[in-house]
Design a protein around this ligand. Sequence first.
Ligand code: AHM
Ligand code: MG
Length: 327
Amino acid sequence: MTQITLRQHMHSQSTDAALMLLIEDIATACRMIADRVRHGAFAGVLGAAETENVQGETQKELDVISDEIFQQVVGDNPHLAALVSEEVDEVNWRKSEPKAGDFVVYYDPLDGSSNLDVNLSVGTIFSIVQLDADIAPEPEAVQIKGTQQIAAGYAIYGPSTGLVITVGQGVDGFTHHPGSGEFLLTQPEMAIPPKTQEFAINASRYDMWEPPVRQYIDDCLRGVDGPRDKKFNMRWCASMVADVHRILTRGGVFLYPKDSGNAAQGGKLRLMYEANPMAMLVEQAGGAASTGLGRIVEVAPTGHHQRVSVILGSRDEVAVIEGYHEG
Ligand code: AHM
Ligand code: MG
């Protein structure tokens, strides 16, 4: 079997050299985070750390460690204007005079970290935007719409370590090959089937959902006797990376809507480093990503830790859910 490395693949897509180096830096950070995740129990880093992140959530030590690794490995990239991390309140400016052509990287260094103690999959999510003008290093300058992303991806730390990326030419999946240390192309041109009979939602929030979401799930659960005329399967990993990876592999829809329990914050998931990159990946794989009322990537950001409703996956099913919202 011909084995294609991440770099060879990016060459074949004529990826811009500066972007390629940045993605390679991110891939290196992910390999190092994967190693720490894998040794977590031995290194004694699975318990809750003393600190809280900017959203007031208790951080696992590995959240902090993963963020440090990412900053250390990616932060010195010569074309990097700023890093925006889930774990850091302020924008981490790497240049005092960011120029057109420089990159901003938004990332969640360790998503789904509540899964660490139970040894289930977690991941790192990233989004890359290229500045189209010189800017002053102010927080508002990184509030850039998801439509401006030039690349996005995630690493998944599961039974194997995977890297899934898009540079706007479809979505490709790589698997870390421990012998060579390379990410090798294993799932070229990932495509989400347009139809599905599988949904993922945290159903414990049923009483807090808005009527369209509750009606949609009620109708799915009625199976062949209900308005959908088919039986649905249900999954919930409590790890967005794992749920999206399943959807990119075999289809399905994922919902984390705004509800009465999280409405004050605008939802649960963060726009810039969770929703936008996953939306770009899903759209590039032929799926759809919506707030229920429109494309996620069209949402105009008002803060770099902003939260948003997320409904993504198989495009026909996302259209059905948008239909419930129109009603
Ligand atoms: P995190 O960034 O603090 O890990 O939170 C994001 C995670 C997602 O990976 C996952 O889809 C969701 O939170 C799970 O939420 P819940 O605990 O409500 O099921
Ligand atoms: Mg997260």
